[in-house]
Design a protein around this ligand. Structure first.
Ligand code: SAH
Ligand code: SF4
Length: 406
């Protein structure tokens, strides 16, 4: 799909739901913090059951039952787990929780894109975005609160890193999204707008939200393995894409241990420029990055690496750049995704002119790469790539200032 000529203009319509009914109350005063079950794999679930006194010969079966309640049916309480003995249900409820991250705000764009600002137990916040299409839906999830890297065109990069997300917090984003769009067996969304016609509403997951996922390797890997499990959330590895700014040494290991699809935030074809746009390039320059890509296991025409290239006016969008891009990727099974730059307040760049994007795309097309321009989604709610965690923080900051001045 191609972006229209108004691709750089934000749309005006914003729909923010009242959050009073979905913002859960803080759990202050609870005597003991319960352990979240979401994010645990089968062996860990079995271990917890053992600790509760479930006999050894039953733990495997019980762990599978729990797993299925969690990840197939999306259970939100233990009471409904009818095939588990009542006493055990009570024990489980006493020690564990099935809680999702709390919704601070839920916004629905005029194009059906949804963005959630989510809060964890410690008050830290992240954003998760759902992008529906006619017959599929993509969930864009975060891997860290903020990001330690400082890519100059990315708004997330202007936020200080606070911490890595746990595997549970990463899987929790998928669970929460499935709750809200009615993507569990027999469920229905409260708000049906823009949802795909497919039976499954989330067909794809991309790690393209806040954070550098390869800097939180273990938790992101554990979360992806849970999400990909065919008898659980069942989002196959081919439908999960990890996007990295270029942590070269971790790329082949990611392939071995997680084996999802891979996207690389390339954005420049010369080290001198990439050093400025994606500063991690100083550590692992283009040559090293591409060598790591070539070492990604299982590459073929059916399993290609996506190279993301943000279109910045007068910076990286010349025809010479396009030709060099094609030359650089010639021997790698690759797709190219041209991303119109999504502006944010105070950004030091502009999006390339549409004519220039088309000329650039033509060079890329002629080299055999199909439909490479990613159309921006959800710009009216600041949900597009690189816009995350922006207006939401500002709004509340200005509300605080206002409160302080009165
Ligand atoms: N940290 C990872 C994943 C999150 S960013 C990474 O950098 O790959 C997801 C994608 O959005 C990356 O390709 C990133 O370069 C791109 N992006 C960031 N800011 C952007 C902006 N303002 N406009 C368009 N794309 C942007
Ligand atoms: Fe971090 Fe990715 Fe943004 Fe760079 S583009 S600052 S790596 S989130």
């Amino acid at each position: 799909m191609k972006a229209g000529p108004d691709h750089c203009r934000a749309k005006a319509f914003i729909m923010t739901l009242s959050t009073s009914s979905i913002l859960a109350t803080p759990s202050a005063g609870e005597p003991q913090r319960k352990e979240p079950l979401i994010g645990l794999d089968r062996p860990s679930l079995a271990a917890r059951l053992r600790e509760l006194g479930v006999p050894e010969r039953q733990t495997r079966m019980r762990a599978n039952q729990l797993w299925s309640w969690l990840y197939v049916r999306g259970a939100i309480d233990f009471a409904g787990m009818t095939d588990i003995a009542k006493d055990l249900r009570g024990e489980l409820a006493e020690h564990f929780t099935l809680e999702r991250p709390k919704i601070v705000t839920e916004q629905v764009s005029m194009d059906g894109t949804r963005k959630w600002l989510l809060r964890f137990e410690d008050g830290k916040e992240i954003e998760t975005v759902y992008i529906p299409e006619e017959d599929r839906g993509t969930l864009c999830i975060s891997s860290q609160v903020g990001c330690t890297l400082t890519c100059s065109f990315c708004h997330t990069g202007t936020q200080r890193l606070v911490r890595n997300l746990t595997a549970g917090e990463i899987v929790g984003q998928i669970m929460l999204a499935r709750d809200r769009i009615g993507d569990w067996p027999g469920a229905q969304a409260e708000d049906q707008r823009g949802l795909p016609s497919s039976e499954r509403k989330i067909t794809n997951v991309v790690l393209m939200g806040m954070g550098e996922p390869l800097y939180n390797f273990d938790n992101v890997r554990d979360a992806c393995l849970i999400a990909a499990d065919g008898e659980g959330l069942a989002i196959g590895k081919r439908h999960i894409t990890l996007s990295t700014s270029g942590v070269a040494p971790e790329i082949p290991r990611w392939g071995e241990e997680a084996g999802t699809m891979l996207a690389i935030s390339l954005h420049a074809v010369r080290d001198e420029l990439r050093d400025k746009l994606v500063p991690i390039n100083k550590k692992w320059p283009i040559k090293e990055l591409l060598a790591a890509c070539r070492a990604y296991p299982g590459l073929s025409n059916a399993k290609r690496i996506t190279f993301e290239y943000v279109m910045l006016k007068g910076i990286n969008d010349s025809i010479a750049d396009a030709k060099e891009l094609v030359r650089l990727l010639a021997k790698i099974p690759a797709k190219i995704n041209l991303i119109p730059f999504n502006p944010w307040p105070g950004a030091p760049f502009e999006c390339s002119d549409w004519e220039q994007i088309e000329k650039f795309a033509e060079v890329v097309n002629r080299a055999g790469y199909a439909s490479p321009v990613r159309s921006p989604r959800g710009r009216d709610i600041m949900a597009a790539c690189g816009q995350l965690k922006s207006a939401s923080v500002k709004e509340r900051a200005s509300a605080k200032q206002l409160a302080a001045s009165h």
